[in-house]
Design a protein around this ligand. Structure first.
Ligand code: FE2
Length: 296
């Protein structure tokens, strides 16, 4: 009997430690780990008399299960920590054009090889070069104290920086195995804010069609209001809604479709939905969701 009491004391203590830990991690109350821990706490709160063998067995099973999940969580955190610790930053002027995550012809027939070569090798490359040039120039300005051209280089920094970062997201936002619908937490948020996936898709499509001149349609997550939003970006260095994280971006600059679709931007957008890489958007959403600021 005394060893059972000791075991229960240990479980009580461990349960409290895990609750404190999850709280310190700011983990959402709807998270599976919280739900399991809460159900264990409920069982333990009801234990005002000695347990029989069956009850003890089911309790230790529950503990074992949560223990395993906690271990998986810790391992994931350790791996993430190790990845971030080893990750180097990009020094000023040292951006490189990332290769496409698939072949140039992989998105055919929806986006032709010719467009992909031109778009990636020429347009995206020009943004990388322009960003490097602006960063180098601003580094020189800091070294010499001559900031007479700071306005020009700041604009270049925004224009080419947005171009480089958005295109990098855009390539990964698409996949030859794409299409279909999102799932899980992202789908739940889409339904919560836009009403349904169909309403979201219609809103995003209309926003993309109606971008004035050149620009992007962008699905973002706002860590402050804690909901998704769809934005238009006319000329990507302008009208940026700061404090948001792009999750899904659609390039509606003419260079992205004109060779193949001419002025039929709507056809390009309709076909683009068939190659959306929702797995990538879900991963971006999951990481973005870890950021939380005080809601106002
Ligand atoms: Fe582009």
């Amino acid at each position: 009997m005394s060893s059972m009491n000791e075991y229960l004391r240990e479980v009580f203590k461990w349960n409290q430690e895990m609750r404190d830990f999850l709280e310190s991690e700011n983990i959402d109350g709807n998270n599976e780990l919280w739900q399991k821990l809460n159900s264990l706490t409920n069982v333990m709160d009801r234990m005002d008399q000695p347990l029989n063998t069956d009850e003890l067995g089911s309790l230790s099973e529950k503990v074992e299960e949560i223990h395993e999940e906690m271990e998986a969580y810790f391992n994931e955190r350790l791996q993430l920590g190790a990845i971030y610790a080893n990750e180097t930053s990009v020094p000023a002027g040292k951006h490189v054009l990332p290769p496409l995550p698939y072949g140039y012809n992989a998105l055919e027939p929806y986006i032709s090889e010719e467009i992909m070569r031109l778009h990636h090798d020429k347009h995206h490359k020009a943004y990388v070069d322009g960003l490097n040039k602006a960063e180098d120039a601003l580094e020189r300005a800091r070294a010499t104290g001559d900031f007479s051209l700071v306005k020009h280089w700041s604009r270049e920094l925004a224009f080419h920086g947005s171009g480089h970062y958005l295109h990098t997201i855009f390539w990964n936002n698409m996949s030859p195995e794409g299409g279909g619908k999102p799932s899980g937490a992202l789908l739940a948020q889409i339904k919560k804010y836009f009403g349904s996936y169909e309403q979201f898709k219609k809103h995003f499509t209309e926003a993309a069609k109606e971008v004035e001149g050149v620009g992007w349609a962008i699905l973002v997550w706002s860590p402050r209001s804690r909901h998704l939003e769809i934005l238009q970006s006319e000329r990507h260095q302008l009208l940026t809604q700061w404090d948001t994280i792009p999750l899904l971006v659609l390039d509606v600059w003419e260079h992205a479709y004109y060779l193949q679709y001419q002025n039929k931007r709507a056809d390009y957008i309709d076909n683009w939905w068939k190659i959306v890489n929702w797995k990538d958007v879900e991963t971006r959403f999951q990481h973005a969701g870890e950021l939380k600021w005080k809601p106002v």
